[in-house]
Design a protein around this ligand. Structure first.
Ligand code: PLP
Length: 420
């Protein structure tokens, strides 16, 4: 067994880590539990409970309806904060509202309405299920052709394969910036340019990228995007999502759910729907204030860290997972199932193993390492840089090796459960 990566090296990396102090900004609870699932549900920021308590007691309890003039701007205010700290977009281009799936539906439908005679939609065949289902529904209802582009489960959709499918009949391309299973990171500028050459528009899903890798939506020529706030952004389970519409596109698009928050002069309560100018037209109804609120303290931590430093640490954590997998786990049938080049990878790494489901369960119960399982045979390890220490990754991989050595997953259930 190679021992050229002793635990002391991980300790030294932590000692030199400029983000190390930010772990204290989160509720950790059990220090021995290694949490490598921040790409699915980010940890609770320590400031969030008091922030929510104040909102509930003062904002709701005392101020009551008089809070609404402030609250009504929150979707935009938080959107602008996200634009500045995580998305590289301009003010007035991002708003927080609804869920990622719903926002995807709204923007995809809007883009298809604006696409004239074009009748083809492209999506990665390995794209996140909700995205594929939403597009299937839209394609069926509009009798469009939905082309599922075959892609490598570990390496993601290749630009060449996408380019080959980009004909002048393509209206819309939907693609994740970071693939949910492999972590493969797309070249946003190259994809946007390739689509633009044939007059197609790209709708990015940033769910597994935002808060992990810097996104330069303006500079890379992105037109449309959606994404989650409860993964690397740490805004809490089911927190509202965001949508981004490049300024130049806003007046040309109309989304299909004509609610009163998208109406011009909303409180005139006029007879007929007329979309508001600007980003407001992409809204539908009353924002869920209690669910929006945790994004503020969460973004405070991200802003303090700086997304470039988050990215730098995320790369090194990922490299460590890859290096230790190669050194310790290959003899037990594991293989890295993500791009090896850190420039082509987000902040999570997937490992292939035929028993990945049972391993992920045994690792959580016996090993006290929480990662997750993804079909068909992937163990996904997400090292969220704001609160994950190098020594956490070292411990996780060591515990995984110990489990593998004694085939400790053999007693774990192999049947599917409601949530993986
Ligand atoms: C997590 C995730 C979603 C989740 O969408 P919801 O509407 O919040 O359930 C969508 N797309 C991708 C790529 C994701 O990773």
């Amino acid at each position: 067994m190679r021992e050229d990566f002793p635990r002391s090296v991980a300790k030294e990396l932590d000692a030199a880590d400029p983000l190390a102090h930010l772990r204290d900004r989160f509720v950790i609870g059990d220090d021995d539990l290694v949490y490598l699932d921040g790409n699915s549900l980010g940890r609770l920021p320590a400031a969030t409970p008091a922030h929510l308590d104040r909102l509930v007691r003062q904002g709701w309890g005392e101020q009551l309806v008089r809070s609404w003039p402030t609250w009504i701007e929150w979707g935009h205010r938080l959107g602008d904060r996200l634009a500045a700290h995580a998305l590289g977009a301009r003010p007035g281009e991002v708003v927080v509202s609804d869920s990622t799936s719903v926002n995807l539906y709204k923007l995809a439908a809007a883009a298809l309405d604006a696409a004239g005679d074009r009748r083809t939609v492209l999506v990665d065949a390995e794209e996140f299920p909700s995205d594929r289902y939403v597009l299937q529904g839209l394609a069926e209802a509009r009798r469009l052709t939905l082309r599922m582009l075959p892609s490598d489960l570990d390496q993601g959709l290749r630009l060449d394969d996408l380019s080959a499918a980009l004909t002048d009949d393509v209206a819309l391309v939907v693609l994740s910036a970071v693939a949910y299973r492999s972590g493969a990171l797309q070249d946003l500028a190259a994809v946007n340019a390739a689509a633009r050459r044939v007059g197609a528009v790209v709708l990015w899903d940033l769910s597994h990228a935002v808060g992990a890798v810097p996104l330069a939506l303006s500079a890379t020529g992105a037109d449309l995007a959606v994404g989650c706030t409860y993964k690397y952004l740490n805004a809490g389970p089911g927190a509202p999502a965001f949508l981004y519409v490049r300024r130049e596109w806003q007046a040309r698009l109309r989304q299909p759910i004509q609610g009163w928050f998208g109406q011009r002069d909303q409180f005139v309560m006029g007879a007929d729907y007329e979309p508001a100018p600007g980003l407001d037209r992409f809204l539908v109804g009353t924002p869920p204030i209690l669910a929006l609120a945790p994004l503020d303290p969460a973004l405070d931590v991200l802003a303090e860290a700086g997304i470039d430093r988050v990215r730098a640490k995320g790369r090194r954590l990922g490299e460590m997972i890859v290096e230790l997998t190669d050194a310790w786990l290959t003899p037990y049938g594991f293989r890295v199932a993500s791009p090896r080049d850190p420039d082509r990878r987000g902040s999570h790494v997937s490992l292939y193993h035929p028993e990945a489901l049972r391993i992920s369960r045994a690792l959580a119960t016996d090993g006290r390492v929480v990662g997750d399982y993804r079909t068909p045979d992937r163990l996904r390890l997400g090292a969220a840089p704001l609160y994950t220490r190098y020594v956490d990754v070292w411990d996780a991989l060591r515990r995984l090796r110990d489990l593998a050595e004694r085939r400790g997953w053999e007693g774990a259930p192999g049947a599917p459960s409601r949530v993986t």
